[in-house]
Ligand binder design. Structure first.
Ligand SMILES: Nc1ncnc2c1ncn2[C@@H]1O[C@H](COP(=O)(O)OP(=O)(O)OP(=O)(O)O)[C@@H](O)[C@H]1O
Length: 805
């Protein structure tokens, strides 16, 4: 099976917004108040015809004017919309790109008409498929194509398969390879538009519709037709497979429930519809920022709809929003709301800044949430017990039937309220974590800028760093503003929770059996929510425990390198690090280790070394933490060429090691193969061979400075590294000279418990070794000559300097 890859070249995309105004329907007798100009501008006239010219120029009119990528008037057909705003995107789908097209608008504005269409005016779903099959048919390569489609609806935050006769509730799963998937959703292989049309009609007939005041057959659910085009490129060897995904979404009406005279079930539908749409709006806002500015938090998890659309909305996806509006004067508010939303979809704002917590604070947030929920559950349990006693003592009268439904509604709303709170809290936590990362990057950038500024002729680098810094600042502000919005939503949610609680209390006071049942179901729902949180907490615990484990390994490593516990704690204290008690476990058989490399016994005194002068921190900022680092040249030129920013959350420790090696004593890199041993160095070689008995001598020429250390030969150290390697600790190293960046044709590999280091040609008198960890080492103690000595070139002396990100 070939690999699935996104196309090699990525182009940045912006959300395309098209507005489509439908004609007045027969039922509507109002005035047409929408005008479309230049295929881009939409003007909504004031519905109040008594307003005159004077009102208009004095800005007393409600007339609104917007501009979009495309605008279509009442006479435009679906084909017009398709050809101008969608068609080119469909070509990309066949090439392996993702695309999402969604119709947004209030009830009766023409979303379903636009997406599905009629026999005479086929909608975007049909037209897109036509193009796909057309392109496949006309394709003159020998590539194999396969088109599959699935059709689902999200109704009241529950997913149903529209291609199944009686679909049960479907669940979302996070698949490590495929991303978010709907477990159990049918995916049907199709080879003609006719077949898809059949499926669409079938699916549409199963959609949940209701008659609202505005639309007789109003869709109450969000429908997602997903078309996957898999293409096997035969001419390549091995055959490559691309997969393009097109999601066509017919959203439910965006109106407020109150505006459609809804009550009961309809009211609840309305609330859920709006929750999903709000979540979608938030994602689109965040994505808009991200496309321009990089790392911004996108709150996908706030609704099922946004989780389903996540893949299509992010990554290599072109997203097109079709905002549908009615021209009727009585729908002025709906129209303006839709246009405002569409307008926002392309806007980017600047925002205020807020302080941020730490990772520990996030964990305690989770703990607080769980505590609150547990409190709620135990209170309800107590109330149930009390009620049960009352019921045993005095059998209650039968209540009226409608009380049951009232209680059910109350119970459902309470559960939704809890769920919403959980989602908001999670979103807040994720947002904070994103900003925490942003702030770390900001700090690194500030350090890097400060360092670069003292170096002459580094204007371009400083400029790049500064523009990145601005991007990060903007992201932080944006995320903070989103956080404030969420915080407000949490407050509203809390208020509602209080109201619901009062209603429950009242019901408990006044009623018997039915209330008991109501509380029972409430209790059950809270229990479920509680379990979910416990699960999340367990996952967090797991992360924390693996971080602790990583710290333990670090302890072992440092101790194996010759530092004792006291020294490590002291070093930590010097750097302001509190060493956690739990991490100080007995080292893995290393406690009896005799310091393997006592450099102090040798002739390598600190006085032989010059302290490192460093732009190193800045450079490391440029490079992603990757084991490929060794293959990149670190000279100044390439540094500029690969101006790639490290986004990893890495707290690193650098050791700068100076040695008196002559820059001219230089031998080109000869081999990529790890070799056990070290090269013929200067006058120190013999002494080194004595002090590094586990390394064999390796003669490569008089000036070769290659050397390697194999930890396998030091069993105890190997233990530590083996454990660390299981955790995939990345170790990159960089080589710095005192005068200029030279090269990094050197490698560190660490496979199967072995860490081998080879410095290709040490045309350098300063060596830097970076220890980076994606596992979240809080900080490495400052290295000393002892703890790094096993990886030193034999002639290297002892001047260390720590650099931390
Ligand atoms: N471009 C159009 N030309 C003619 N009639 C249209 C057009 N767009 C919509 N209509 C008519 O308007 C009515 C409402 O359209 P539609 O059902 O597509 O709205 P909707 O936005 O999907 O509503 P809901 O959100 O309630 O499902 C239908 O009777 C439909 O035939």
């Amino acid at each position: 099976m070939g690999s699935i890859r996104a196309p090699a070249t990525k182009r940045s995309t912006n959300l395309t917004v098209a507005v489509k105004c439908r004609p007045l329907t027969e039922r509507e007798r109002g005035r047409d108040i929408v005008r479309v100009f230049n295929d881009k501008e939409v003007v909504v006239l004031d519905p109040d015809i008594s307003k005159d010219y004077l009102d208009r120029i004095q800005n007393r009119t409600k007339e609104r004017r917007y501009s979009f990528d495309y605008a279509f008037g009442p006479n435009s057909t679906n084909l017009d919309v398709y050809q101008r705003s969608i068609r080119s995107t469909i070509f990309g789908v066949v090439q392996g790109l993702n695309a999402t097209v969604f119709a947004y608008g209030s009830t009766g504005s023409g979303k379903t008409y636009t997406m599905v269409g009629t026999q005479d005016d086929p909608g975007l779903m049909v037209l897109s498929l036509n193009t796909i099959f057309d392109l496949i048919e006309k394709d003159n390569t020998s590539d194999d194509f396969q088109v599959t489609c699935s059709y689902l609806e999200v109704y009241n935050e529950v997913i149903y398969d529209l291609l199944e006769k009686s679909s049960g509730h479907l669940e979302l799963r996070e698949d490590p390879e495929q991303g978010i998937i709907v477990a159990g959703l049918r995916s049907i292989k199709v080879n003609s538009t006719v077949k898809i049309l059949e499926l669409l009609n079938l699916g549409n007939s199963r959609r949940k519709t209701e008659s609202t005041e505005v639309n007789e057959t109003s869709s109450r659910s969000h429908a997602v037709l997903e078309i996957n085009v898999t293409r096997k490129l035969q001419k390549r060897y091995p055959a490559q497979v691309t997969r393009g995904k097109l999601a066509l979404v017919d959203l439910a009406g965006s109106e407020r429930a109150s505006e459609t005279n809804s009550a009961g079930q309809k009211l609840r539908d309305g609330a859920n519809i709006n929750r999903s749409l709000l979540a979608l709006a938030n994602c689109i806002n965040a994505l808009g920022k991200q496309q321009k500015k990089g790392l911004a938090y996108v709150p996908y998890r706030n609704s099922k709809l946004t989780r389903i659309l996540k893949d299509g909305l992010s990554g290599n996806s072109q997203t097109i929003m079709i905002a549908t509006i009615s021209p009727a004067d009585n729908l002025y508010h709906h129209t303006v709301n839709t246009l405002k939303y569409a307008d926002r979809a392309k806007e980017i704002k600047t925002h205020i800044q807020k302080n941020i917590g730490t990772v520990n604070a996030h964990v305690s947030d989770y703990q607080n949430m769980i505590d609150n929920l547990q409190g709620e559950v135990s209170r309800l349990r107590k109330e149930l017990a009390e009620k049960e006693t009352q019921l045993n003592a005095k059998p209650t009268e039968r209540d009226k039937d409608d009380e049951i439904s009232w209680l059910n509604a109350l119970s459902q709303e309470t559960s939704e309220n809890v769920q919403e709170r959980i989602n908001l809290q999670k979103a807040l936590i994720e947002l904070d974590e994103t900003n925490l990362r942003n702030r770390k990057e900001l700090q690194h950038l500030d350090d890097a800028i400060a360092k670069q500024q003292v170096i002459e002729n580094e204007g371009a680098v400083v400029q790049a760093l500064q523009s990145r810094r601005q991007v990060i600042l903007d992201n932080i502000r944006d995320n903070d503003e989103l956080g404030i919005i969420y915080q407000k939503e949490v407050e509203v949610n809390e208020k509602r929770r209080g109201q619901l609680q009062d209603m429950i209390d009242e019901a408990i006071k006044n009623n018997g059996n039915k209330t008991y049942l109501g509380i029972l179901s409430q209790y059950r729902l809270l229990g479920i929510a509680n379990t979910e949180l416990q699960f999340e907490m367990a996952m967090r615990d797991q992360i924390i425990s693996s971080q602790r484990e990583a710290q333990r390994h670090l302890w072992n490593l440092l101790m194996s390198l010759g530092l004792d516990e006291r020294q490590i704690v002291e070093l930590g204290a010097k750097q302001g690090i509190i060493v956690e008690e739990g991490t100080k476990i007995k080292p893995l058989g290393l406690s009896n280790l005799t310091t393997p490399l006592d450099l102090q016994r040798k002739n390598y005194s600190p006085s032989q070394c010059s302290p490192s002068r460093s732009q190193f921190g800045a450079l490391t900022c440029f490079y992603p933490q990757t084991s490929e680092a060794s293959s990149r040249s670190l000279n100044r030129e390439n540094q500029k060429m690969h101006a790639d920013f490290c986004r990893e959350d890495h707290l690193s420790s650098f050791c700068y090691i100076s040695h008196p090696f002559s820059p001219s004593a230089y031998q080109p890199w000869l081999s990529n193969q790890p070799i056990l041993g070290f090269g013929a160095f200067n006058q120190h070689s013999d002494g080194l061979r004595n002090s590094f008995p586990h390394m064999r001598s390796y003669e490569r020429g008089p000036s070769t400075s290659s050397f390697e250390v194999n930890f396998r030969q030091q069993q105890q150290q190997q233990d530590a590294w083996a454990v660390a390697n299981k955790q995939e600790v990345n170790m990159n190293h960089h080589v710095e000279t005192s005068s200029a960046w030279d090269h990094s044709r050197s490698a560190i590999t660490h496979r199967g418990g072995t860490m081998q280091t080879t410095f290709g040609h040490l045309q350098t008198n300063q060596v830097a070794i970076t220890v980076n960890s994606p596992l979240g080492f809080r900080k490495l103690p400052t290295p000393t000559q002892q703890n790094v000595s096993p990886v030193l070139p034999p002639h290297v002396t002892t001047n260390f300097q720590e650099k931390r990100f």
